[in-house]
Design a binder for this molecule. Sequence first.
Ligand code: SF4
Length: 92
Amino acid sequence: MCTTLNALRTPSDVTPTGKAPARRPHLSVRLDRERCCSAGQCAGAAPDVFEQSDTDGRVTLLVPEPDQRHAADVRLAADLCPSGAIMLTDKP
Ligand code: SF4
């Protein structure tokens, strides 16, 4: 498994020392749980960033400042959210 994951790395994932660079935040995510209607699209689109609660069905934000690896999935999650509960701000 690790061999496969290492083979999938892009050159920008590895520094000359062979270590992965620190990931810079790419987006800032705010979540209004009061607006969440438990539709679950966000957790489906970006499961590393959003998690649906087992107790009330509303979503929990796992990563408030995701890096670029998750940016497309998070933008899709915000687009799919039927209640507009997910607000994004681009990080410079
Ligand atoms: S997509 Fe929107 S409404 Fe659905 S669980 Fe996520 S935040 Fe809540």
